[in-house]
Design a protein around this ligand. Sequence first.
Ligand code: UDP
Length: 457
Amino acid sequence: MEERRGQRIIMLALPFTGHLNPMLDLARILHHRGFSITILHSSFRFPDPSRHPHFTFRIMHHNNEGKEDKDPLSQSKVAAMDLFALVRVIKQSYAEPFRQALAAEVSRRETVCCLVTDALWGTYTEVAEEELGVRRLMLRAISAVSFRAFAAFPLLRAKGYLPIQDSTLDDPVIELPPLKVKDLPRIEAKDPEELYSIMSDMMEGIKSSSGVIWNAFEELERPQLMDLNRTFQVPFFSIGPLHKHCEDLPSMKKNNEITDWLDKQDPKSVVYASFGSVVAIEAKVFLEIAWGLRNSKQPFLWVVRPGLVRGSGWIEALPSGFMEDIGHQGKIVKWSNQLEVLAHPAVGAFWTHCGWNSAMESICEGVPMICTPCQTDQLVNARYIVDVWRVGIMLEKRKMDQSEIEQVLRSAIIYKGAEMSETCLAWKEKADNCLRKGGSSSNSLDKLVTHVLSFVS
Ligand code: UDP
């Protein structure tokens, strides 16, 4: 570990697992390179600082906190919001607390090198430069391939692709091959404009920043990264896979119950099913998944997060006797240590919603995917996973019934498993190599460190 303590990087997180995890990975990497780290985080979903003893956490409170009728982030209001409405409310509620927390942190004695912010904060973070002279880097923890689709929103609107009229269309998007109309990012929202306006603000925030840090590696997404770099004209640092830099550092607790169960299964036999930290599904879809898993006759480990099934606490929608019926074939849990699961030799396929962290984690462990994207970037990721990187099979949510599920799961493990595994292992090797000394991500990280130090030299 290099020693450069006293030179501090402040990081502004966004309170969603899929955003916070890569931010904390980046914090670990930069700490390892000698920087002191402060994490600014909303009181909303404030993480447990004791799990990250090397960082200073500063909590940001907003004005109407705890006042039930006025608090825009009260439990009842959040429950009624869709994802991007929630992002908007978080940004609005914490804009001023962020300004104050940043000023307070900068006024402490050490040198502050820069602010690293989740890119979704967009132009809200420009005050760092305007008022305090602190340079700003954006962490964009989604794929470059999906970012390219977001960046093309104005063009896609001008050409009439957006707003999407029919999200089932197989027609190609000629301007963005290999995407089809049905792959374009969309959300289930009362107001689809929320997505467009948050993305537009993000693009502006990136253009005025001092650079973008990607959870990407060049070997996987070089053409898209180059294309974006030409458009945005700010320095890019592709230093992913972020979670792989930190394997020697303490991370999540081991889950022995899951590992013990996986230890009893045959190599590459288990379907690991998990749809991330945000996606919610209808009870009807949940039941199709349950029967599909059971009828596949493959062993399965299924993460049913409380909140996954709309209108249900956990697995109450399952028919009585289902758990007895599956016996030792399957295990249902509320949460897993996903990195540990994907690295286990018993796992043969990952049935995923194709969130970017999950996709990267799967690629890095050489595990083929069954792709059921639900919204936003997941749809683009899935198309690339299946058609370009060739490490997955599509299982579209709208077409999904139990017999289709059964057939695709069996195909992923038994018939196409070996072929996809081979391609997956080739990508895994590339991901490993890019982090070695002289590899693309390792070089990019060196450049990032030099860039950050140039702000204060
Ligand atoms: N995750 C986990 N255990 C689970 C489910 C998810 O540790 O049971 C982690 C997963 O490893 C990934 C993150 O949660 O780092 C989910 O991020 P992703 O981008 O895949 O999806 P999102 O939750 O943002 O939709």
